[in-house]
Design a protein around this ligand. Sequence first.
Ligand code: CMC
Length: 434
Amino acid sequence: MENKIKKTGMAQLIIDGKTYDLPILSGAVGPSAIDVRALYKDTDHFTFDTGFTSTCSTESQITYIDGDKGILLYRGYPIEQLAEHSTFLETAYLLMNGELPTATQSVEFSNTITNHTMLHEQIERFFNGFRRDAHPMAMLCGTVGGLSAFYHDSLDIEDNAQRDISMHRLIAKMPTIAARAYKYSIGQPTIYPDNSLSYSENFLKMCFAVPAEKYEVNPVIADAMDKIFILHADHEQNASTSTVRLAGSSGANPYACIAAGVACLWGPSHGGANEACLKMLNEIGTVDRIPEFVARAKDRNDPFRLMGFGHRVYKNYDPRAKVMQKTCHAVLGELGIKDSPILDIAMELEKIALNDPYFVEKKLYPNVDFYSGIVLSALGFPTSMFTVLFALARTSGWISQWNEMLEDSTQRIGRPRQLYTGATARDYVPIGKR
Ligand code: CMC
């Protein structure tokens, strides 16, 4: 990566009457940053920023979010345009390479991905070791990490060609692993990849076909699946991406790094939110119970939060939520679902929350997960698969960010510091004297 950060000014910091000059750095767009890299060396002070709310961990040229305006760009292209006109594979190429592919590059890339969709047969045995009721995320996390035990030919992260192969492998094999985990969890036989199908069609077939019956992919459903993958492909330095980068900063192999990202994504504040949101909508059950849940969300003494609302970065409508809402209507329309009590509750809840002073003042808007659970369950996925689908899509972003980090000559091992408040030095007490 060619570093493009510019020094655009100086800030002054006064500690105990002594003034320190700190460079101000700017990117192409968005807030500038105060360069504190020399702060500890020069002042003997750290910065304190739990949750990294004001900290840039890296320079990046992949994804840009303007949370106040509700803008999300992949390599400069608005998410709405990509969801409307692009495909997931083209978007993955864009994230990885920085530019949209030409027609020839697009065919080549699709062929490369398609040719890597199969898993090593021995991975079947790996799956067989899981309990029959294992959560698909547990299987995904374990199996993705396990790929490093199968592909020794692409573990040298200093070799560009090996990095390329592992990036392609991960994007290609993620749907196969995800579908395999799903089939295993419901006790159905494996459906092998079908290389005549598009990325999303193939994934749907691997999930929903059974050997005993013919399976036709519904193009509207495949298009919705592709859009969902595009919406989830990248989101700058979120928790799981930062995890992938942190793991990668030590030189760990790409499969291990992506497994770390999968683990981080699993949590309900991150990738698990759509599962939690659908659960919440079901719990609400009827439109007349919405006020009760809204009141609970506003009650400081109640830990309950409205799932699918709020975001660390978006202080406006999450642009992905708008596309997701449209996709939700398209899917339900295609499937002939005219009455969806859950969708009714979601739409009414959205209306009420958007007009409630608590949510307005705190700038809590629906996020991508608000509607995605409804769409995914209409597509036939159980809630346990929601985060798996998110991980599948996000692999394209994770791997692009991982590669960008390795190409960045300023990259160093990630190593945050702490403010220690534990016991100070004391002598060991023998067990008889405690
Ligand atoms: N319902 C009710 N109150 C909320 C909510 C919510 N969903 N989200 C934030 N708040 C309140 C929170 O209580 C706090 O109030 P106060 O200032 O009075 O203490 C204030 O808003 C700020 O919240 P925060 O927790 O400091 O904000 P954060 O940036 O640390 O958290 C979040 C962001 C996404 C974790 C949080 O909004 C949340 O828990 N939302 C529900 C879970 C969810 O939908 N997550 C999906 C995120 S999008 C997918 C992804 O990118 O992974």
